[in-house]
Design a protein around this ligand. Sequence first.
Ligand code: HEC
Ligand code: HEC
Ligand code: HEC
Length: 137
Amino acid sequence: MKKSLIISLMVAALVCVFALPAVIAGNAAPDTVTMKAPEGARMTKPAVVFPHKAHADNGLDCMTCHHKAKSKDAVKACASEGCHTDASKGAKKDPKGFYAAFHSKKSEASCLGCHKKTKKSKAGKKLPVSCKVCHAK
Ligand code: HEC
Ligand code: HEC
Ligand code: HEC
């Protein structure tokens, strides 16, 4: 009886040691994100795999992309409530629409906007600007 209690306590302690840092880190930046259309919207193109780490390691400012976040620790997904939620056809040109978040040529926060402007990586590699490269199967 006593022995099993000690074992339980040890297990509980171990859980704390290993699980707590993950809870505290909470909003850690992902290495890659498979980007999806908001719930309820139909996807017409293959999902884009966004190499988050390659961008963060490149020294880009978090706030360029997470342009509405109050701080680095308060980052949310692009299609969060109040942001780029409207994925309807009618909202394609709306700068707050889902489509513009990734394809607006006017905003450096959008994938295409920044890639068109920046053109090349530091290593001289051409940044993807064609549909097929981002929406690859
Ligand atoms: C080139 C643009 C870009 C840069 C720079 C960038 N991020 Fe991101 N980040 C994204 C995109 C796009 C997503 C995916 C959002 C989605 O799922 O809608 C994301 C997702 C995240 C998430 C997960 C959010 C969630 O709840 O889904 C965190 C946390 C995050 N980024 C933190 C950071 C931090 C910290 C930095 C700076 C070190 C940073 N990001 C730099 C574009 C960027
Ligand atoms: C603010 C500028 C900026 C934004 C916004 C941005 N990118 Fe990039 N992207 C870059 C840079 C710079 C690189 C080169 C990174 C490196 O050093 O390899 C890059 C590289 C890439 C690559 C190629 C990686 C490789 O291994 O060749 C992909 C794919 C990519 N970006 C997708 C996206 C997608 C999808 C989004 C939007 C969700 C996005 N990017 C938003 C600047 C940006
Ligand atoms: C730099 C990367 C990038 C390029 C280039 C790009 N897109 Fe996208 N696109 C995205 C991201 C990221 C999303 C968000 C969700 C997803 O589909 O994965 C998206 C979403 C979409 C959507 C809404 C979701 C769906 O599947 O219906 C459509 C439509 C779309 N793109 C069409 C295009 C077309 C057409 C082109 C070429 C003119 C293009 N995209 C070029 C990154 C890109």
